[in-house]
Design a protein around this ligand. Structure first.
Ligand code: FES
Length: 100
């Protein structure tokens, strides 16, 4: 750990309730890249798809590994990156299939 004692856990992924402490512990356990941290903690896999937590994760990982944030490879982006209403998929020009 960084030697800093926090009174309250600091949540960095609000979608999945992942704290800085969870991330630091996982890094110390050997999960030292974004993809393995995502799989271990499910960080970045919530409804926002990591829009706020992945940049924080990159900074924490860089700090823990003694690297610069731009030296940390980013995760693979899997579209859609914004929520899409299901009714958009129901629209069809095929006869017998009706959308809105
Ligand atoms: S805040 Fe992490 S996935 Fe939404």
């Amino acid at each position: 750990m960084g030697g800093e004692v926090r009174k309250h856990p600091t949540i960095i992924c609000r979608c999945n309730d992942v704290t800085i402490e969870d991330v630091e512990r996982a890094i110390e356990e050997g999960y030292q890249d974004i993809e393995s941290l995502r799989k271990r903690l499910r960080i970045g896999m919530g409804p926002c798809q990591g829009r706020t937590c992945i940049p924080l994760l990159v900074r924490i990982l860089a700090r823990k590994l003694g690297k610069k944030p731009n030296e940390i490879p980013l995760p693979t982006v899997r579209p859609p990156i914004v929520p899409i209403p299901l009714k958009l998929f129901l629209k069809s020009k095929e006869p017998g299939v009706e959308g809105e």
